[in-house]
Design a protein around this ligand. Structure first.
Ligand SMILES: Cc1ncc(COP(=O)(O)O)c(C=O)c1O
Length: 357
């Protein structure tokens, strides 16, 4: 028996979805929510109408920024059914983020059940055009009315859904990346491996600067020595050596444990590549690109899946990767992973859950 209460919501679904969905502009009619209090723990799990939140202006989320979120997707298969991809990994990360921010973890089974039920109820919002998906955004915020910086006693956990196009409008289009020397994203021991808004708020000015200089994303170097590669934008990063060895920065404590990264490391081995997770010196990377040892560079994340890097801007220089074109390995990995996500290829690692609708 489910512990999730269903409120009656009268909706016919979206009718037809816009041809250009963008990213996170439209939202399904229903949302999941539950509340936490120190006395009762998590309670009141409900799927009801998508609606504005009413929060006290003194709610702690607005003052100490206590909030975590996550992001995963539901994919429309060719047979009309819907796949969820490794939601258990996202649920575990959501809780790790919460614990890092001093927030109470949720019951992972209930969190996943809420996502499954919500997606099933809102199946009409799962788009069918190539590379589109229904983005699933779980959130937790501190709602107690109190200005003191201490662990609050009240929280809200909710999940909303948004039909999306690929994160970059060009789909599998190469991106230009600005290597930030002036700003850092996160430091080991800080909150970089938690999915919490401060990491993203702190990145916006740097991304705007990158855009004014003609790039789309920022490549973040480590915060201490400004020498080792951390991430690119809101993606993990990988470097392909001589077409056969994939290197990605180790999970140092400052970077997010990406589910795409984890999955692509497995698929790369399946395709016969070798892989390593280690500290990667950015100056070596530049030299290896210029010597032709690095043949491909790409970002990895749920939004874009794989974003090939065409060009790196560093200290006034522009360094082209693979002549500015996406490489064949990024393409193969993209096809493999999206093949599994959309149910076009066998799911040999047991990563998907197919929802009958
Ligand atoms: C900072 C950051 N790094 C990496 C990722 C990629 O993680 P995932 O593959 O789980 O989407 C994300 C996206 O969630 C992110 O926000």
């Amino acid at each position: 028996m489910s512990n999730i209460r269903l409120e009656a919501v009268s909706t016919e679904g979206p009718g037809s979805l816009p041809a250009e969905l963008g990213f996170g502009l439209y939202f399904a009619d229903r949302m999941f929510s539950q509340r936490y209090s120190a006395e009762r723990g998590w309670h009141d799990a409900t799927i009801g109408a998508y609606r504005p939140l009413t929060l006290d202006p003194a709610a702690q989320v607005f003052h100490n920024g206590q909030m975590v979120f996550d992001g995963t997707k539901a994919y429309r298969r060719e047979d009309g059914r819907i796949n969820l991809f490794r939601v258990d990994r996202n649920a575990a990360r959501f809780n790790r983020s919460a614990v890092r921010m001093g927030m109470p973890p949720v019951d992972e089974a209930l969190h996943i059940e809420a996502i499954e039920q919500l997606v099933k109820l809102e199946h009409r919002w799962v788009p069918g055009a190539p590379n589109t998906a229904l983005y699933i955004r779980p959130v937790m915020i501190a709602t107690e009315k109190a200005l003191a910086v201490r662990a609050p006693k009240e929280y809200l956990h909710y999940v909303i859904l948004s039909p999306v196009s690929p994160y970059f409008a060009g789909g599998f289009a190469p991106v230009a990346v600005y290597v930030s020397n002036e700003y850092v994203r996160a430091v080991r021991g800080g909150t970089g491996e938690a999915k919490t808004p401060g990491n993203y708020a702190g990145s916006i000015a740097a991304t705007e600067l990158a855009i004014t200089k003609g790039y789309q994303q920022v490549l973040w170097l480590d915060a201490v020595e400004r020498r080792y590669v951390d991430e690119v934008g809101a993606m993990n990063i990988a470097f392909l050596y001589e077409g056969k060895h994939l290197r990605t920065p180790a999970l140092s404590g400052a970077i997010l444990h990406g589910v795409t990264r984890e999955s692509l490391l497995v698929l790369a081995k399946d395709l016969g590549l070798t892989t390593s997770e280690e500290r990667i010196d950015f100056h070596e990377v530049l030299a290896d690109i210029e010597r032709g040892r690095i043949t491909e560079v790409f970002g990895m994340g749920t939004g874009a899946v794989i974003a090939p890097v065409a060009r790196l801007g560093y200290e006034g220089r522009d360094i082209l990767v693979n002549g500015g074109e996406p490489g064949p390995v990024a393409r193969r990995l993209f096809d493999e992973l999206t093949g599994i996500q959309y149910g076009r290829l066998p799911d040999r690692h047991g990563w998907t859950r197919t929802l009958a609708v």
